[in-house]
Ligand binder design. Structure first.
Ligand code: CMC
Length: 445
């Protein structure tokens, strides 16, 4: 776009010489500025030079909910929402879900490369020997009310880990970061399972270091009086796939929370607690819980048309549908559907599956959903699997938080080693009153 054309009439004109810049004319002053374009982005700070006069603060960009703002450079996860592509460190999610394990994927996210066998063995060993939590954590957990939401318990207890590892605030030390990384990935399933057992009024089960990561989690959740818990390998594998699918998703709400809080240079337990808090909400990790509640409320197929009408008139939301980034399909939803079949083979079919399938079929044919590019997301089917595994709905977001921890930590590591990053501090457009005189309470109307 030539500078002259842009300056003259504000229209995109013919391309004279291709240049990676943007010419902007400020019609308040008539001045034209040239702004660099790098990787398809312009720097918001470049707009600050555009001023009406010397006293002017300069132009800001306004982007509530960051819908068109890149907050970081990242080499961890690639998403093409239009094409339905998800890759971790360049590896397609489909290949990872089929051929990898969650622990290997966690290594990949954190270290950037797939491990050699020796590296993987060491990594698995390190994670395994850090699965125990301090006995005081158990007591701390015991202090929660009997009916406490397990996600709230997870949020509190992962934040509390910072008090057990006060040296974790030495975030500039790579060795220190490495040990906290291992601890977080290792202990999250233990905290999650303790939260579950607490809500069930059952004694906590200690980790079994003979078991693999997902098998050990099932052990801590379901072991009763048997001397040795033996997980069903099909359930273990299905769970591992779910963990792989949920491991990272670039700059989503909870990752942004981890990065934003982590940018204050707080310890990683506190930053991850912020991620858990963000994931708790029904528009994020709480969506799978909301899907199950929705399916239960619909209960029978006959009620689906009425429910869809409610969604279209804005009274309801079809939970598990739609995504800020995926406008074609969520590739994770496809893989999860397959994993669901594998789980149902062991547990028997979840009767709500029939409602979900019918709901999906109707929605995918309906112009309301088609025109808005609303497709099933990862949460549409994951809840059905969790329910088949015998989990109460309140545990669903917790199941999301366990694997997302590796993504959060990978993103946190990237943040703290990125020289371009500073404390996250957005600007605002102030809309309130200015400079009013204080009114004594007795004189207020
Ligand atoms: N049901 C009905 N209408 C919807 C839905 C839905 N699930 N999602 C979006 N829409 C409509 C929305 O009302 C709007 O319509 P209009 O243009 O007429 O106002 C249009 O589609 C665009 O929606 P939006 O709210 O601007 O989209 P967004 O990018 O801000 O929201 C979302 C994305 C995921 C929050 C949203 O689709 C949603 O609330 N989905 C249901 C909750 C859900 O399943 N969340 C899990 C997301 S995947 C896992 C994760 O990342 O945590």
């Amino acid at each position: 776009m030539s500078e002259e054309t842009q300056a003259g009439d504000g229209q995109a004109g013919s391309v004279a010489t291709a240049k990676d810049t943007l010419s902007v004319t400020d019609n308040r002053t008539g001045k034209t500025y040239e702004v660099d374009i790098t990787d398809g982005t312009v720097r918001a700070m470049d707009f600050r030079q555009m001023k009406v006069d010397e006293d002017d603060f300069g132009l800001m960009t306004y982007d509530p909910a960051f819908t068109n703002t890149a907050s970081t450079r990242s080499a961890i996860t690639y998403i093409d929402g239009d094409k339905g592509i998800l890759e971790y460190r360049g590896y397609p999610i489909e290949q990872l879900a089929e051929q990898s394990t969650y622990l290997e994927v966690a290594y990949l996210l954190v270290h950037g490369e797939l491990p050699t066998q020796a590296q993987l063995d060491q990594w698995a060993h390190d994670i395994t020997i850090h699965t125990f939590v301090h006995e005081n954590v158990k007591e701390f957990m015991g202090g929660f009310r009997h009916d406490a939401h397990p996600m709230g318990m997870l949020l509190g207890s992962v934040g509390a880990l910072s008090t057990f590892y006060p040296d974790a605030n030495e975030i500039k030390d790579p060795e220190n970061r490495a040990i906290q990384t291992i601890r977080l990935i290792a202990k999250m399933p233990t905290l999650a399972a303790f939260a579950y057992r607490h809500t069930m009024g059952m004694p906590y089960v200690y980790p079994d270091n003979d078991l693999e990561y997902p098998g050990n989690f099932l052990n801590m959740m379901y072991k009763m009086t048997e001397l040795k818990y033996e997980p069903d390998p099909r359930l273990e594998r299905a769970l591992d796939i779910l963990f792989i699918l949920h491991a990272d998703h670039e700059q989503n709400c909870s990752t942004n929370a981890v990065r934003s809080v982590g940018s204050s240079q707080v310890d990683p337990y506190s930053a991850v607690a912020a991620g858990v808090a963000a994931l708790y909400g029904p528009l994020h990790g709480g969506a799978n819980e909301a899907v199950l509640r929705m399916l239960r409320r619909i209960e029978v197929k006959d009620r689906i048309p009425g429910f869809i009408e409610g969604v279209k008139s804005g009274d309801e939301r079809l939970m598990g549908f739609g995504h800020r980034v995926y406008k074609n399909y969520d590739p994770r939803a496809k893989i999860i559907k397959q994993a669901a079949d594998d789980v149902f083979e062991v547990t028997g079919v979840n009767p709500l599956l029939e409602i979900a399938l019918e709901l999906e079929k109707i929605a995918l044919e309906d112009d309301y959903f088609v025109s808005r590019k609303l497709y099933p997301n990862v949460d549409f089917y994951s809840g059905l699997i969790y329910e088949a595994l015998g989990l109460p709905v309140a545990m669903f977001p917790v199941m999301f938080a366990i694997p997302r921890t590796s993504g959060w930590v990978a993103q946190w590591l990237e943040l703290v080693t990125d020289s371009e990053q500073k404390i996250a501090r957005p600007r605002q457009i102030y809309t309130g009153d200015r400079t009013r005189d204080y009114v004594a309470i007795g004189s207020r109307s």
